[in-house]
Design a protein around this ligand. Structure first.
Ligand SMILES: CC[C@@H](C(=O)O)C(=O)SCCNC(=O)CCNC(=O)[C@H](O)C(C)(C)COP(=O)(O)OP(=O)(O)OC[C@H]1O[C@@H](n2cnc3c(N)ncnc32)[C@H](O)[C@@H]1OP(=O)(O)O
Length: 255
Protein backbone atom coordinates (compact mmCIF):
# COMPACT_ATOMS: atom_id res chain seq x y z
CA UNK A 1 0.00 0.00 0.00
CA UNK A 2 1.35 3.43 -0.94
CA UNK A 3 2.05 5.47 2.23
CA UNK A 4 0.38 8.53 0.69
CA UNK A 5 -1.92 9.48 -2.16
CA UNK A 6 -1.92 12.74 -4.09
CA UNK A 7 -5.09 13.36 -6.07
CA UNK A 8 -6.74 16.20 -7.95
CA UNK A 9 -10.27 16.77 -6.71
CA UNK A 10 -12.98 19.06 -8.14
CA UNK A 11 -12.60 22.80 -8.57
CA UNK A 12 -8.82 23.02 -8.19
CA UNK A 13 -8.35 21.16 -4.89
CA UNK A 14 -5.15 19.13 -4.62
CA UNK A 15 -5.63 16.47 -1.94
CA UNK A 16 -2.79 14.86 0.03
CA UNK A 17 -3.94 11.74 1.91
CA UNK A 18 -1.71 10.04 4.48
CA UNK A 19 -2.42 6.42 3.67
CA UNK A 20 -1.28 4.36 6.67
CA UNK A 21 -4.59 3.72 8.47
CA UNK A 22 -3.26 0.63 10.30
CA UNK A 23 -0.61 2.92 11.89
CA UNK A 24 -3.21 5.63 12.45
CA UNK A 25 -1.53 7.57 9.65
CA UNK A 26 1.74 8.04 11.52
CA UNK A 27 4.42 10.02 9.68
CA UNK A 28 7.51 8.21 8.42
CA UNK A 29 10.18 9.43 5.98
CA UNK A 30 8.13 8.31 2.93
CA UNK A 31 5.15 10.37 4.03
CA UNK A 32 7.45 13.36 4.65
CA UNK A 33 8.73 13.10 1.06
CA UNK A 34 5.16 12.79 -0.20
CA UNK A 35 4.05 15.91 1.65
CA UNK A 36 7.00 17.83 0.24
CA UNK A 37 6.03 16.66 -3.25
CA UNK A 38 2.37 17.69 -2.76
CA UNK A 39 3.44 21.16 -1.57
CA UNK A 40 5.52 21.58 -4.76
CA UNK A 41 2.64 20.30 -6.95
CA UNK A 42 0.23 22.74 -5.25
CA UNK A 43 2.21 25.64 -6.75
CA UNK A 44 0.83 24.77 -10.24
CA UNK A 45 -1.55 27.29 -11.84
CA UNK A 46 -4.51 24.90 -11.92
CA UNK A 47 -4.36 24.28 -8.13
CA UNK A 48 -6.34 26.68 -5.94
CA UNK A 49 -6.28 24.92 -2.58
CA UNK A 50 -4.13 22.22 -0.95
CA UNK A 51 -6.10 19.90 1.37
CA UNK A 52 -4.53 17.35 3.71
CA UNK A 53 -6.34 14.40 5.27
CA UNK A 54 -5.81 10.85 6.55
CA UNK A 55 -7.08 7.57 5.15
CA UNK A 56 -9.93 5.80 6.96
CA UNK A 57 -12.23 7.19 9.60
CA UNK A 58 -10.15 6.65 12.74
CA UNK A 59 -7.21 8.99 12.48
CA UNK A 60 -6.06 12.09 10.66
CA UNK A 61 -2.53 11.51 11.89
CA UNK A 62 -0.97 10.04 15.06
CA UNK A 63 2.20 12.13 14.75
CA UNK A 64 5.67 10.77 14.19
CA UNK A 65 5.91 7.00 13.59
CA UNK A 66 7.16 5.86 16.98
CA UNK A 67 8.31 2.50 15.55
CA UNK A 68 10.38 4.13 12.82
CA UNK A 69 11.75 6.99 14.96
CA UNK A 70 12.41 4.83 18.03
CA UNK A 71 15.88 4.11 16.72
CA UNK A 72 16.82 7.80 16.82
CA UNK A 73 18.55 8.02 20.19
CA UNK A 74 20.84 11.02 20.29
CA UNK A 75 20.14 14.74 20.01
CA UNK A 76 21.89 14.84 16.62
CA UNK A 77 19.94 11.88 15.24
CA UNK A 78 16.62 13.32 16.45
CA UNK A 79 17.45 16.81 15.16
CA UNK A 80 17.93 15.48 11.60
CA UNK A 81 14.36 14.14 11.53
CA UNK A 82 12.74 17.00 13.47
CA UNK A 83 14.47 19.72 11.47
CA UNK A 84 13.52 18.07 8.16
CA UNK A 85 9.83 18.01 9.09
CA UNK A 86 9.99 21.56 10.52
CA UNK A 87 11.32 22.72 7.16
CA UNK A 88 8.48 20.91 5.33
CA UNK A 89 5.87 22.44 7.66
CA UNK A 90 7.39 25.88 7.07
CA UNK A 91 7.00 25.30 3.30
CA UNK A 92 3.37 24.37 3.99
CA UNK A 93 2.90 27.50 6.13
CA UNK A 94 4.20 29.78 3.37
CA UNK A 95 2.58 28.00 0.41
CA UNK A 96 1.10 30.78 -1.74
CA UNK A 97 -2.27 28.96 -1.89
CA UNK A 98 -4.87 28.45 0.85
CA UNK A 99 -4.44 25.19 2.76
CA UNK A 100 -6.91 23.15 4.79
CA UNK A 101 -6.55 20.14 7.10
CA UNK A 102 -9.54 17.80 7.00
CA UNK A 103 -9.40 16.11 10.42
CA UNK A 104 -11.25 12.92 9.54
CA UNK A 105 -10.33 11.35 12.92
CA UNK A 106 -7.85 11.70 15.80
CA UNK A 107 -5.00 14.14 15.41
CA UNK A 108 -2.31 13.74 18.05
CA UNK A 109 1.25 14.96 18.52
CA UNK A 110 2.80 15.83 15.18
CA UNK A 111 -0.63 15.32 13.58
CA UNK A 112 -1.74 18.52 15.34
CA UNK A 113 1.44 20.24 14.15
CA UNK A 114 0.62 19.44 10.51
CA UNK A 115 -2.94 20.67 11.03
CA UNK A 116 -1.67 23.88 12.67
CA UNK A 117 0.47 24.68 9.64
CA UNK A 118 -2.67 24.76 7.46
CA UNK A 119 -4.72 27.95 7.11
CA UNK A 120 -7.98 26.19 8.05
CA UNK A 121 -8.96 23.04 9.96
CA UNK A 122 -12.28 21.23 9.77
CA UNK A 123 -13.04 18.19 11.95
CA UNK A 124 -15.38 15.22 11.68
CA UNK A 125 -18.05 15.04 14.37
CA UNK A 126 -16.65 12.92 17.23
CA UNK A 127 -12.96 13.44 16.34
CA UNK A 128 -10.44 14.31 19.04
CA UNK A 129 -7.09 16.04 19.00
CA UNK A 130 -4.26 17.10 21.27
CA UNK A 131 -0.63 18.13 21.44
CA UNK A 132 0.35 15.06 23.52
CA UNK A 133 4.12 15.51 23.13
CA UNK A 134 4.48 16.60 26.78
CA UNK A 135 3.29 13.15 27.88
CA UNK A 136 6.30 11.69 26.01
CA UNK A 137 8.69 14.02 27.86
CA UNK A 138 9.33 16.09 24.72
CA UNK A 139 7.83 19.24 23.20
CA UNK A 140 6.46 19.85 19.74
CA UNK A 141 9.47 19.35 17.48
CA UNK A 142 8.20 20.16 14.01
CA UNK A 143 7.59 23.86 14.61
CA UNK A 144 3.91 23.40 15.45
CA UNK A 145 4.20 24.97 18.91
CA UNK A 146 5.48 28.25 17.44
CA UNK A 147 2.69 28.17 14.84
CA UNK A 148 -0.02 27.46 17.43
CA UNK A 149 1.14 30.39 19.56
CA UNK A 150 0.54 32.71 16.58
CA UNK A 151 -2.77 31.23 15.46
CA UNK A 152 -4.63 30.87 18.76
CA UNK A 153 -4.89 33.27 21.71
CA UNK A 154 -1.68 32.81 23.71
CA UNK A 155 -3.39 31.52 26.89
CA UNK A 156 -5.31 28.85 24.99
CA UNK A 157 -2.29 27.74 22.95
CA UNK A 158 -0.08 27.55 26.06
CA UNK A 159 -2.71 25.56 27.96
CA UNK A 160 -3.03 23.07 25.08
CA UNK A 161 0.76 22.62 24.87
CA UNK A 162 1.43 22.46 28.61
CA UNK A 163 -1.46 20.16 29.53
CA UNK A 164 -0.86 17.78 26.56
CA UNK A 165 -4.50 16.73 26.77
CA UNK A 166 -6.80 15.30 24.12
CA UNK A 167 -9.85 17.51 23.40
CA UNK A 168 -13.23 16.90 21.79
CA UNK A 169 -14.26 18.48 18.48
CA UNK A 170 -16.57 20.87 20.33
CA UNK A 171 -13.78 22.00 22.68
CA UNK A 172 -11.40 22.43 19.75
CA UNK A 173 -13.96 24.57 17.93
CA UNK A 174 -14.44 26.73 21.01
CA UNK A 175 -10.65 27.21 21.23
CA UNK A 176 -10.57 28.24 17.56
CA UNK A 177 -8.36 25.28 16.63
CA UNK A 178 -10.98 23.88 14.27
CA UNK A 179 -13.23 26.14 12.25
CA UNK A 180 -16.07 23.80 11.34
CA UNK A 181 -17.40 20.39 12.40
CA UNK A 182 -18.72 18.19 9.59
CA UNK A 183 -20.85 15.05 9.72
CA UNK A 184 -20.58 13.22 6.43
CA UNK A 185 -18.16 13.06 3.48
CA UNK A 186 -14.77 14.75 4.21
CA UNK A 187 -14.14 15.88 0.62
CA UNK A 188 -17.66 17.27 0.28
CA UNK A 189 -17.15 19.06 3.60
CA UNK A 190 -13.87 20.56 2.36
CA UNK A 191 -15.38 21.67 -0.96
CA UNK A 192 -18.31 23.19 0.87
CA UNK A 193 -16.09 24.99 3.45
CA UNK A 194 -13.83 26.38 0.70
CA UNK A 195 -16.66 26.95 -1.84
CA UNK A 196 -16.53 30.75 -2.02
CA UNK A 197 -12.73 30.87 -2.17
CA UNK A 198 -12.68 28.25 -4.91
CA UNK A 199 -14.84 30.58 -7.03
CA UNK A 200 -12.15 33.25 -7.01
CA UNK A 201 -9.25 33.68 -9.42
CA UNK A 202 -6.04 31.91 -8.34
CA UNK A 203 -4.27 35.29 -8.55
CA UNK A 204 -6.59 36.68 -5.85
CA UNK A 205 -6.04 33.69 -3.56
CA UNK A 206 -2.28 34.00 -4.04
CA UNK A 207 -2.32 37.74 -3.39
CA UNK A 208 -4.08 37.31 -0.04
CA UNK A 209 -1.82 34.43 0.88
CA UNK A 210 1.17 36.67 0.13
CA UNK A 211 -0.08 39.12 2.81
CA UNK A 212 -0.10 36.28 5.32
CA UNK A 213 3.32 35.00 4.25
CA UNK A 214 4.75 38.49 4.84
CA UNK A 215 3.41 38.28 8.40
CA UNK A 216 5.04 34.86 8.97
CA UNK A 217 8.34 36.27 7.65
CA UNK A 218 8.16 39.31 9.96
CA UNK A 219 7.45 36.99 12.88
CA UNK A 220 10.64 35.04 12.00
CA UNK A 221 8.68 31.80 11.86
CA UNK A 222 11.40 29.89 9.95
CA UNK A 223 13.99 30.66 12.64
CA UNK A 224 11.58 29.98 15.50
CA UNK A 225 10.47 26.63 14.05
CA UNK A 226 14.09 25.59 13.61
CA UNK A 227 14.89 26.55 17.21
CA UNK A 228 11.86 24.57 18.37
CA UNK A 229 13.17 21.48 16.54
CA UNK A 230 16.60 21.95 18.14
CA UNK A 231 15.14 22.33 21.64
CA UNK A 232 12.97 19.26 21.20
CA UNK A 233 16.01 17.27 19.99
CA UNK A 234 17.72 18.05 23.28
CA UNK A 235 14.80 16.61 25.26
CA UNK A 236 14.54 13.68 22.82
CA UNK A 237 17.84 12.18 23.90
CA UNK A 238 16.80 12.27 27.57
CA UNK A 239 16.07 9.07 29.45
CA UNK A 240 12.52 10.22 30.31
CA UNK A 241 11.57 10.38 26.63
CA UNK A 242 13.06 7.01 25.74
CA UNK A 243 11.25 5.42 28.70
CA UNK A 244 7.90 6.85 27.57
CA UNK A 245 8.38 5.58 24.02
CA UNK A 246 9.42 2.17 25.38
CA UNK A 247 6.14 2.11 27.35
CA UNK A 248 4.19 2.78 24.13
CA UNK A 249 6.13 0.11 22.21
CA UNK A 250 5.73 -2.48 25.01
CA UNK A 251 1.99 -1.84 25.23
CA UNK A 252 1.80 -2.39 21.49
CA UNK A 253 3.88 -5.59 21.58
CA UNK A 254 1.80 -7.02 24.45
CA UNK A 255 -1.48 -6.64 22.49
C1 LIG B 1 7.93 12.29 16.60
C2 LIG B 1 7.45 13.67 16.37
C3 LIG B 1 6.70 14.22 17.56
C4 LIG B 1 6.47 15.70 17.29
O1 LIG B 1 7.45 16.43 17.12
O2 LIG B 1 5.33 16.17 17.29
C5 LIG B 1 5.43 13.47 17.78
O3 LIG B 1 4.57 13.34 16.93
S1 LIG B 1 5.25 12.81 19.32
C6 LIG B 1 3.66 12.08 19.29
C7 LIG B 1 3.68 10.68 18.80
N1 LIG B 1 2.37 10.14 18.76
C8 LIG B 1 1.76 9.56 19.82
O4 LIG B 1 2.23 9.50 20.94
C9 LIG B 1 0.42 8.94 19.52
C10 LIG B 1 0.43 7.45 19.70
N2 LIG B 1 -0.86 6.89 19.30
C11 LIG B 1 -1.99 6.99 20.02
O5 LIG B 1 -2.08 7.66 21.04
C12 LIG B 1 -3.19 6.21 19.52
O6 LIG B 1 -2.73 5.23 18.65
C13 LIG B 1 -4.25 7.07 18.77
C14 LIG B 1 -3.64 7.91 17.64
C15 LIG B 1 -4.97 7.99 19.77
C16 LIG B 1 -5.30 6.12 18.12
O7 LIG B 1 -5.83 5.22 19.08
P1 LIG B 1 -6.60 3.90 18.59
O8 LIG B 1 -7.55 4.25 17.52
O9 LIG B 1 -7.13 3.24 19.82
O10 LIG B 1 -5.48 3.00 17.90
P2 LIG B 1 -4.28 2.12 18.57
O11 LIG B 1 -3.63 2.89 19.66
O12 LIG B 1 -4.79 0.76 18.85
O13 LIG B 1 -3.27 2.07 17.34
C17 LIG B 1 -3.49 1.25 16.21
C18 LIG B 1 -2.15 0.80 15.67
O14 LIG B 1 -1.43 1.95 15.23
C19 LIG B 1 -0.17 2.02 15.90
N3 LIG B 1 0.19 3.44 16.09
C20 LIG B 1 -0.61 4.41 16.56
N4 LIG B 1 0.06 5.57 16.61
C21 LIG B 1 1.32 5.31 16.20
C22 LIG B 1 2.49 6.09 16.04
N5 LIG B 1 2.50 7.42 16.31
N6 LIG B 1 3.61 5.48 15.59
C23 LIG B 1 3.64 4.17 15.29
N7 LIG B 1 2.54 3.35 15.41
C24 LIG B 1 1.40 3.92 15.86
C25 LIG B 1 -0.42 1.31 17.22
O15 LIG B 1 0.79 0.89 17.78
C26 LIG B 1 -1.29 0.16 16.78
O16 LIG B 1 -0.46 -0.83 16.16
P3 LIG B 1 -0.77 -2.39 16.35
O17 LIG B 1 -0.77 -2.64 17.83
O18 LIG B 1 0.37 -3.06 15.64
O19 LIG B 1 -2.09 -2.61 15.71
Amino acid sequence: MDPYIISKENNGVLLFTINRPDRRNAINYDVMSGLEKAIEMAKANDVKVLAITGAGSQAFCSGGDLSAFHRLKTETEAYGMLSRMASILYKLLILPKPTIAILNGSAVGGGCEIASACDFRIGREGMKAGFVQGNLAITTGWGGGSILLEKLPQNIAMKMLLDAKIYTAEELKEFGFIHHIYKHDPIEACLSFMKESLNKETTVLEAYKTLLIKKWELLLMRERMEEEAARCALLWEGEAHHNKVDEFMNKKNKK
